[in-house]
Design a protein around this ligand. Structure first.
Ligand code: MN
Length: 429
């Protein structure tokens, strides 16, 4: 069995989980506490004012806990993620599972769904994986979407033009009015990471997750919708995306910690709920470190792999927290040839099209220490020699300063490595 609860027990045993005994509110209060504690420890909220269920958050609020969840040492983290994408494994099916302990009619009001920030449109589910299939059942997709609660059985879902949108279009073309989905909350972090990974369309993220979990993932079929879910999830909302008619979604504080604009998005009608008896609701703070880690980690691995093909002596890659875990990268290399730094810049942009700024440094600079990175820029960088500027290229829709109509941006690469004639000296720490 590989489930969230097993991992929470491990965190508790290893003193990586804080339990909050006092009653807390889903309205801003829990979000504020997560923000304060998430990089330090996972947080368990025993008593929630608005619900009978407990909340857990920041389960993977730092890299150490992600490595723990994937049972891997930090040096092997990228390899593990890349291997799982290259060698996915079909999960086995379970006849029954803990998620089927309780069956009930949909009522979202019973669940401790958080309102995170003051100007957010309302309570948002941000920690769910959403699974769906193509009309012929051959393609399965699992992805992460924010969901705004509109009523006891109604939500609006933000769908970016990726795989779930494609499945919606395929369903519409085949004459369907709705698309069956399952919204799963409280799954093992490996499943969540797989759902956030850049698996190509056609490859089920469950297979990536199963590979990360060494073949231990078990799925089961939902009762009211034609979708598969992890058999030991905490909560599953069974629902249907309505393919006609959209409503306003947003504002919402996204990964950049700026308010995302209001857009017209599809609604979901829930048809059933399956859950564990004393289910734990998992929360994820939008714009927090955990959000950035889950979004960026697989991309970081991709950058590492692509750079390695060009400069095999790549040492480390970081999508920095200040760059929202998405827009800024620092790459350290052991420079072999003059010009390596600039090739690394292009490789990084190729690996992660949303990347906006990249700084390349020598191996003596710790990519996690931005003071050292700035020091390298101050002492080893000259803009007339080491700067690469690429105008009007595709960037990230998450960047509020990008051209909002075309989505284009200007990218900068900084080669802050020393010339080979002057070997890097160690920084005094
Ligand atoms: Mn996909």
């Amino acid at each position: 069995m590989v489930d969230l609860r097993e991992f929470l027990n491990q965190l508790e045993t290893e003193n990586e989980l804080i339990k909050i005994e006092e009653e807390v509110s889903t309205k801003f209060e829990i979000a504020a506490i997560i923000k304060k504690l998430e990089t330090e420890k996972a947080v368990f909220f025993k008593k929630v004012k608005e619900s009978n269920f407990s909340v857990v958050a920041a389960v993977c609020g730092n890299r150490k806990r992600i490595c723990k969840a994937l049972n891997v040492v930090p040096e092997k983290l990228y390899e593990k993620i890349l291997q799982a994408l290259k060698f996915p494994k079909k999960p086995s099916m379970a006849g029954d599972g803990k998620v089927k302990e309780v069956w009930e009619k949909p009522n979202l009001k019973n669940f401790p769904i958080l309102t995170h920030y003051e100007k957010d449109a309302g309570p948002y589910i941000t920690s769910a994986i959403i699974s769906a299939k193509s009309p012929d059942g051959k393609i399965e997709n699992v992805s992460i979407h924010r969901l705004l609660v509109l009523g006891k059985d109604k939500l609006v879902i933000r769908i970016v033009p990726r795989h779930l949108q494609k499945l919606c279009e395929m369903a519409k073309e085949s004459g369907k009015k709705t698309l069956d989905i399952a919204i799963c909350i409280g799954v093992h972090p490996a499943i969540f990471l797989a759902a956030a990974s850049p698996a190509p369309f056609g490859l089920s993220e469950y297979e990536v997750a199963n590979s990360l979990l060494d073949g231990k993932l078990k799925l089961l079929d939902c009762e009211n919708v034609d979708v598969r879910v992890p058999s030991d999830a905490e909560i599953v909302f069974e629902g249907k995306i309505l393919l006609d008619g959209k409503v306003s979604e947003g504002p919402f504080t996204d990964v950049t910690q700026t308010y995302d604009i209001v857009r017209l998005q599809p609604t979901i009608k829930l048809v059933g709920i399956m859950r564990r008896k004393n289910c734990i609701y998992q929360a994820l703070l939008p714009g927090g470190t955990e959000h950035r880690l889950f979004m960026g980690l697989a991309r970081e691995a991709k950058i590492w792999e692509t750079v390695k093909a060009v400069v095999p002596t790549v040492k480390a890659v970081r999508l920095t927290d200040g760059g929202c875990g998405w827009l800024h990268a620092v790459v350290s290399i052991k420079k072999q040839l003059e010009g390596d730094g600039k090739n690394v810049v292009f490789a990084a942009f190729t690996a992660h099209p949303s990347l906006k700024h990249v700084v390349v440094v020598d191996e003596d600079i710790n990519v996690e220490n931005l003071l050292e990175v700035e020091w390298a820029i101050a002492t080893r960088f000259q803009a007339d020699k080491g700067l690469i500027k690429i105008e009007n290229v595709r960037g990230s829709t998450l960047d509020p300063s990008a051209n909002q109509e075309t989505g284009t941006t200007t990218k900068l690469g900084l080669d802050a490595t020393k010339p080979l004639s002057k070997p890097p000296e160690k920084i005094e720490k």
